[in-house]
Design a protein around this ligand. Structure first.
Ligand code: SF4
Length: 368
């Protein structure tokens, strides 16, 4: 079945994403309980899976890392006392319909709320996966004029990150329209694209797409592999094509309970990335997003993983372990941890601002 889809173009795959239990059953065995949960998520959380990504699933293992990342589970409905729909503060820093201006010299531009697969652990679950999507407030269809004007009027912005949803859901032409407008602003030095297409639908990375991007260098691309199973011939081909067109590819993983929170899996992932010339960049501690909390590990798990990597493998295989907070990303290190006790964790941001995280308590993660 996988070979069959590999021969089709990415648009056909996108159009034929799996969105019903019946279609999913062509790929995997589902227990009656699993079927029920998927049906229960309807009207609450979106789900869709590309045939390519589904083909990576273990047909019989309910704990398959590909299944856990893409299929709704009962855990999404269990409330967590400290969870929040927007723990990283998108709404606080929103300055236009699409722009989040959190750091002085760079901005995030949320291009769309659409993705090829709706990852269960998405930090912007309220935006991508929640069927009532609160970020765009039905303004996704608006033009980019206001957003481009904002960037042009702020000469301190030298770095623009296009993300979403997944910007590669747009056609090449539509994306080029946005990128060319950004490139015409003299103070925009680099354009970054955050996309999971190399992992979820690698056929999207075509020669034509790369040639389009190449016209607007310097373009950087950050992708999101979480498990070694995701490194396939197709994903390697997609990354290779990007690299051949001068687009550096870096990886941002999320530390996910039951998926990549053991040293053996993490090492296999990082080593696999180096083999396809993708540089591990960040390892994010999973944010306490409503509907995502069950993926969170303890802080100790992350620290132990890092200790198992530093010195034990190639230096540039090791990502920076970070927590995303309302005050920006904070690397987890003795320099940034102000206090860590049974009451919670206090971290210091690059601006010296302190952030208290009550749910990361010494030796335990609270699930209430
Ligand atoms: S592709 Fe990215 S934005 Fe879309 S659901 Fe997955 S993690 Fe979220």
């Amino acid at each position: 079945m996988r070979e069959e889809w590999d021969r089709k173009d990415w648009k056909a795959q996108f159009r034929n994403r799996i969105q019903t239990v019946e279609a999913l059953k062509e790929y995997i065995h589902l227990s009656p309980e699993e079927e029920q949960v998927i049906k229960k998520s309807e009207g609450l959380y979106r789900w869709a899976i590309t045939p390519y990504y589904a083909s990576l699933m273990d047909p019989t293992d309910p704990n398959c890392p590909i299944r856990l990342q893409s299929l709704p589970t009962a855990d999404e409905f269990i409330p967590n006392l400290y969870s929040d729909v927007d723990p990283v503060g998108d709404m606080k820093y929103r300055v236009t319909n699409r722009i989040i201006h959190k750091y002085p010299d760079r901005v995030v531009m949320l291009v769309t709320e659409q993705c090829s697969v709706y990852c269960r652990h998405c930090t912007r679950k309220y935006h991508t996966t929640d069927v009532n999507g609160t970020y765009f407030e039905r303004r996704e269809g608006e033009s980019f004029e206001e957003d481009i004007r904002y960037i042009a009027a702020h000469p301190e912005i030298r770095d623009v990150l296009l993300t979403g949803g997944d910007p590669l859901t747009y056609s090449d032409n539509r994306l080029e329209d946005v990128i060319s407008k950004l490139r015409s602003i003299p103070h925009v030095e680099i354009i970054r694209i955050g996309t999971r297409y190399p992992v979820l639908l690698p056929q999207r990375i075509t020669k034509e797409f790369c040639e389009m991007l190449e016209k607007y260098h310097p373009i950087w691309l950050n992708t999101h592999f979480n498990h070694p199973k995701e490194i396939t011939e197709e994903s390697a081909r997609a990354c290779d094509l990007l690299l051949k067109h001068g687009i550096p590819v870096q990886n941002q993983s999320v530390l996910l309970k039951g998926i990549n929170d053991d040293l053996e899996t993490m090492k296999a992932l990082l080593h696999g990335l180096l083999k396809i010339r993708v540089r591990p960049y960040y390892l994010y501690h999973c944010d306490n997003v409503t509907g995502v909390s069950h993926f969170m590990t303890s802080l100790e798990t992350g620290i132990e993983l890092m200790q198992g990597l530093v010195g034990h493998t190639t230096g540039f295989a090791i990502p920076t372990y970070v927590l995303t907070t309302i005050n920006g990303k904070i690397p987890v290190s003795s320099d940034t941890i102000v206090d860590y006790s049974e009451k919670g964790l206090t971290l210091k941001s690059y601006e010296g601002k302190e952030t208290f995280i009550p749910y990361l308590r010494k030796q335990e993660v609270l699930h209430s």
